[in-house]
Design a protein around this ligand. Structure first.
Ligand code: MG
Length: 380
């Protein structure tokens, strides 16, 4: 039995991971549940799974949890330190990090330091501090297995050839809800438009990132560090059907692709069972249904965010931290109705241009750069 600690348990990845575990109770047990806040949904999960370890990320919600479930107070861990304690606990084998945003970094670092298998859905950990997370994982022998569907696809494709023989990693992008919209129409898009993703059902932050294509920018940086492939060897292609999850072109001009229905349960399960493949509780599929798989170049003039990802992946240092923090700040403002859609990428560009990328990548500098970029991006 593998003991899984689930971070971000009430989110889209977390709930799907619980479905995967529920279907394979013969192999997996829930060792920990962690959520940002103490919601009704979280209390229901705790009651159902009765995990030995529990965490609430927001310290202000700890009292609410203790009031609701006084008998479980001794199992509760609180705040970033509490999350890290659970990620490094000897009662945990696999850390599934499904937290949204920069808040997921302490969990990834703790799992890496403790030599755990890190099933990583929190791409921001690698965008903000990729070299740091990967170096610490290498030092302890921790496995970092991507859950992000594109990176899971590439990880699987790389089972047929070495990273040293890669000519190109080709990340597919659905193109988001505005793929065919004119620049004028996109400029006046509101939160409801941006949240209406054509192929994937996801949380609000990543849905907005998919609409700007910033999600793909983050994924370019994520791929840069998780596979240790230079930015020049990473490419993005738009594929509206979201069936081909990504491809690898090898030096011998053989291209390997991974295909599947757009459900996160497949990459979640693979990250738990790798290198084994086991029966999945997801629909099977008929190849004939996907007779029309299209691929097109991204519209860089309409979606400038993609270039920002390439820039950060090329430059390294703390430029990824700055991109991510500025984006989190701008997306939150957009979802609140305080910022226009087209201003999201504009704010991130402006913040990156003002950053002097000349400090070494240490955890202290990551936190300082993150705070600086949030403040900078919030300026009108
Ligand atoms: Mg993805």
């Amino acid at each position: 039995m593998k003991r899984v600690a689930l971070f971000g348990s009430t989110g889209s990845i977390g709930t799907q991971a619980l479905d995967v575990i529920d279907a394979r109770r013969d192999r997996f047990v829930v060792a920990a549940l962690a959520a940002g806040r103490c919601t009704e949904a979280f209390l229901r999960q705790v009651d159902t799974w009765n995990p030995p370890l529990i965490a609430v990320g927001d310290p202000e919600h700890a009292a609410a949890f203790v009031a609701a479930r006084p008998s479980l107070a001794s199992r509760l861990h609180v705040g970033p330190t509490g999350l890290a304690t659970i990620a490094g606990s000897s009662e945990v084998d696999i850390v599934l990090n499904g937290i949204t945003g920069f808040a997921g970094l302490p969990v990834s670092l703790a799992a890496a330091d403790a030599g755990k298998r890190l099933a990583l859905a929190n791409k921001e950990s690698l965008v903000t501090a990729g070299p740091l997370v990967m170096a610490r994982a290498a030092a302890t022998g921790a496995e970092v297995i991507p859950v992000d569907s594109e990176h899971s696809a590439i990880f699987q494709c790389l089972r047929s050839g070495g990273v040293g023989d890669v000519e190109k990693l080709i990340l597919t992008a659905s193109g988001g809800p505005f793929r065919t919209w004119s620049a004028e129409r996109i400029a006046s898009a509101g939160p409801a438009d941006a949240l209406n993703h054509p192929t994937w059902k996801m949380g609000p932050k990543i849905s907005v990132d998919s609409a700007t294509l910033m999600n793909k920018a983050l994924e370019v940086i994520e791929a840069r560090w998780i596979f240790d492939v230079p930015a020049e060897r990473i490419e993005v292609v738009v594929h509206p059907q979201s069936i081909v999850h990504s491809m690898v072109l090898f030096k011998d001009r053989s291209m390997i692709a991974q295909l599947g229905l757009p459900t996160m349960k497949v990459p979640i399960q693979y990250a738990l069972t790798h290198p084994e493949r086991t029966t999945a509780d997801t629909p099977t599929w008929d190849v004939a249904k996907f007779a029309n798989l299209n691929f097109e170049s991204p519209r860089l003039d309409v979606f400038p965010a993609l270039e920002l990802g390439m820039w950060a992946a090329r430059e390294g240092g703390l430029l990824g931290t700055v991109l991510n923090a500025a984006n989190e700040s701008a997306v939150a403002a957009f979802l609140d109705g305080r910022l226009a859609f087209s201003d999201i990428t504009r704010r991130v560009t402006r913040t990156m241009e003002r950053w002097r990328n000349d400090v070494p990548l240490t955890l202290e500098h990551v936190h300082a750069a993150d705070a600086w970029a949030r403040e900078e991006a919030a300026r009108p």
